[in-house]
Design a protein around this ligand. Structure first.
Ligand SMILES: [Cu+2]
Length: 271
């Protein structure tokens, strides 16, 4: 049965990301990182397993309705218990959960695998209520320093990534728990104060993608948006140079740096 699920998942996943692709992705957005196939397979496999369980339940319901339909007057034989069936419906959910857990752990290990030497390292600073991105390009001969960009509620931050190159995001929060989420990457990770979380991936598709905070973090949580621009190497470096031209170099000093503190919209003070 599991082999059947796997084959079905591969067959469905094989036709993903060609054309509109929505039916084959079952609601997932278009994928933009090298880590997405693992999550995609898990998602499709979970749907196939759910439909398998659904079909078994619907089948048993229909079978009971037909097999035990009323054929003669009077009350049918009454059972107080049926031990085999009770054992079956107690043990089966544990098996289902165990299988889902097993494949989830396998997928998580692949999605969260670390790259030995990422091509780029970016410190992501989350705070109420936007994002700052600190590109650690000290070893890049064309840039040679750290460069930053900071968003506010009114002007959400833009994150630039070079296509086909591995990136490590070091996630830092200066206030409460946020969550770094780019739906097109099929993964998100909490940004926890005092805890160094990191996330490695390689963007695979050029374009502009939405990013957001996925952890309710306060009044303007819903405004905690950013844009991800996956671009060519030359466009990436041109963007960093435009930030250098604005003087946005060095390490962000998080809360101590007034530049990094997003402003509240006018007229919203006093909360
Ligand atoms: Cu947040």
């Amino acid at each position: 049965m599991l082999a059947g699920l796997g084959v079905g998942a591969l067959a469905l996943a094989g036709c993903a990301d060609t054309g509109p692709g929505l039916p084959s992705r079952l609601g997932l957005p278009p994928a933009a990182s090298d880590r997405t196939p693992y999550t995609h397979h898990l998602w499709i496999g979970a749907w196939i397993a759910a439909f398998g369980v659904g079909a078994a339940v619907w089948g048993m319901i229909v079978w009971c309705v037909v097999r035990y339909r009323r054929r003669k007057p009077g009350i049918p034989r009454q059972n107080r218990y049926n031990l085999p069936i009770e054992i079956f419906y107690t043990v089966t959910p544990f098996i289902l959960i165990g299988v889902l857990f097993y494949f989830t752990v396998l997928t998580q290990d692949k999605v969260q695998a670390k790259v030995a030497h990422p091509d780029h390292t970016i410190t992501v600073v989350a705070q109420k209520w936007n994002w700052s991105f600190n590109y650690q390009e000290q070893n890049n001969p064309d840039i040679g320093q750290a460069v930053w960009e900071s968003g506010t509620i009114e002007h959400p931050a833009d994150l630039y990534l070079p296509v086909g190159q591995s990136v490590r995001f070091n996630l830092r929060s200066v206030d409460v728990i946020h969550s770094f989420w780019v739906p097109a990457f099929y993964e998100k990770l909490d940004v926890v104060p005092g805890r160094d979380n990191s996330l490695d991936l390689t963007p695979t598709k050029e374009g502009v993608f939405a990013g957001k905070c996925a952890e309710l973090c306060g009044t303007y949580h819903s405004a905690m948006l950013f844009n991800v621009h996956i671009v060519s190497q030359s466009e990436y470096e041109a963007h960093l140079k435009s930030l250098i031209a604005k003087g946005q170099t060095g390490q962000l000093q998080t809360l101590q740096n007034p530049v990094a503190v997003p402003q509240r919209p006018a007229g919203q003070e006093g909360h």
